[in-house]
Ligand binder design. Structure first.
Ligand code: SAM
Length: 292
């Protein structure tokens, strides 16, 4: 049994020993509460058969809790200054690999082939750097890595956008981009006081679980995402107005759009924010059939 990293005193001591201060520009807010960390690991359902991918191990607070439960932990850290720290704080654990790389530059296919091919279960767990929350999530989802679950700490407001349902203020193209691949739920909210230094915003843990299979097969994913995004460009406007602005106003195009809407049974006077993902899927398939 080893002393937890995530206590206020130990965190201070580690930072002092290495002469480090948290870098705001890298979104460094270290967790100093082991209960929160255990709840995160719990939400991730992490076990012996799990390979965990962590983004931004920091000084190793979450990494350590993960390593106690997981088969393997692979953690990407961008900040070179933290490498000797992690070497030291995580030395009691033999199932952790630290990779010094910007997560947004990782070649996911190559990473999968090199390190993940034979894994039974892949779970992404992170206390994310908030300045790049969305790009990180989209990168993982669009990479088509066979990720089973993701448990992620982020700004509360972003968490509610990811998990939002139609006809709510938070619902938008980000909700759809995420929920196209994963079921999304807010697991719990987190007070600012568990961080050092404390962030300016409230935080929440979101849990994303791979969908068992989408209800509708989408013919053209790119078109689906283009169409979705276009209908939220001016939220207060109708579907029809936003579609015209995106795809064109000439008669031939309007005629094709009109047919596609009719075929998918969607009223052009509705607002994009009222459409479910299945409705967007139907509409995008009809668009695709019309040659868009
Ligand atoms: N996991 C630690 C914890 O919970 O205490 C630290 C979390 S801190 C909010 C975010 C971490 O992500 C920092 O360690 C930061 O250096 C790292 N980071 C920031 N940008 C990154 C990037 N592009 N790629 C990899 N790591 C990054």
């Amino acid at each position: 049994d080893h002393k937890d990293i995530a206590t206020p005193n130990r965190t201070k001591e580690i930072l002092q020993t290495y002469g480090l201060s948290a870098k705001k520009s890298l979104g460094q807010n270290f967790i100093i509460d082991t209960n929160i960390l255990r709840n995160i690991v719990e939400a991730g359902d992490v076990s012996e058969k799990t390979t965990v991918i962590e983004i931004g191990p920091g000084i190793g607070a979450l990494t350590e809790q993960l390593a106690r439960r997981a088969g393997r932990v692979i953690a990407f850290e961008i900040d070179e200054r933290l490498l000797p720290v992690l070497d030291d704080t995580l030395s009691p654990y033999s199932n952790i690999e630290i990779i010094h790389e910007d997560i947004l530059n990782v070649d996911m296919d190559a990473f999968y082939k090199a390190r993940l091919k034979d894994t039974e279960e892949i779970v992404v767990v992170a206390n994310l750097p908030y300045y790049i929350t969305t790009p990180i999530i989209l990168r993982f989802l669009e990479s088509h890595l066979p990720i089973d679950r993701m448990v992620l700490m982020m700004q509360k407001e972003v968490a509610s956008r990811l998990s939002a349902q139609p006809s709510t203020k938070a619902y938008g193209s980000l909700s759809i981009a995420v929920q196209y691949y994963m079921d999304a739920e807010v697991a719990f909210t987190v007070p600012k006081t568990v961080f050092m230094p404390q962030p300016n915003v409230d935080s929440a843990i979101i849990k994303l679980t791979r969908k068992k299979g989408t209800d509708i097969d989408i013919n053209d994913e790119e078109l689906f995402f283009i169409l979705t995004r276009s209908t939220f460009v001016q939220r207060r406007k109708t579907l029809w107005n936003n579609l015209q602005a995106a795809f064109g106003k000439d008669e031939r195009i309007k005629d094709k759009m009109s047919k596609a809407l009719k075929q998918s049974g969607i009223d052009p006077k509705r607002r994009g924010e009222t459409l479910t993902i299945d409705e967007f899927a139907r509409l995008s398939n009809a668009f695709s059939q019309m040659g868009f």
